[in-house]
Write a protein of this length. Sequence first.
Length: 299
Amino acid sequence: MATFVDGPVRVSVPATSANLGPGFDSLGLAVSLRDELEAEVVGEGLVVEVEGTGADGVPRDETHLVVRAMRAAFDLMGEQPTGLRLSCHNRIPHARGLGSSSAAIVAGVVLARGLVAGGQLLASDEALLDLAADLEGHPDNVAPAFLGGFVISGREDDRWFAVRAGVDPRITAVAFVPPTGVETAVARGLLPATVPHADAAANSGRAALLVAALTGQPEHLLAATRDWLHQDQREPAMPESLALVRRLRADGVPAVVSGAGPTVLAFGTTDTSSLRARCPDGWECHDLVIESQGAALLT
């Protein structure tokens, strides 16, 4: 039987940008927007407190995504507490393609393990990553949220895998965040069931080039971020985002749709002030760095 620790446990978890152009459902980066959450086992009942980005649009009951992830992790470890208090301070924009749902899932499983005495023995990092990817349905956001940095991920037989790779320190990024979001399910619903063999082959080559570009040859980022599989297909849900991607790329800026969109991520290797000047009216603009630290318990 599991024993719960006394007092609260806190976690910080990064935003993520996945796909990165051609790396559909397989490539992702942890970036420098972080949610901070605190949880504590209490006598009985559930209290959920939320402040910050998206606070008005999330439930305060067992359907809250962090709570659902915590419950799944407690099940994995063999014990459910009778009472929980959860406090969330959100900085990652919701429904914008920056991994807010993955951050919630990863935060939940890490908090649950932290609340169980000896939780590391009951739920390894590999087990938690498997659980998080199962809950999300794909690993490209949860893996960098959990591990940090640049991660190549996927599924082999009945297990998820995630491999970290270094990022060239010269690489910077800017996120252009529009005022309205797009739900991932809507964006995925626009994807065709099949793609031409030539497009798949072209995407495979660019995804391989993107790994080389991010890890040490950023001069290839423009060519490496070209996509054939998902960005143009999602244009009906985010026409302004695709228009911005095309304008930036026409000027030689490696720009992609972040995750399922509608945020646009632009890579650079120098000062980002010229990129920030391209931010459309009414959009938010964030300078980002690659976060080497994934989800971390705070002391």
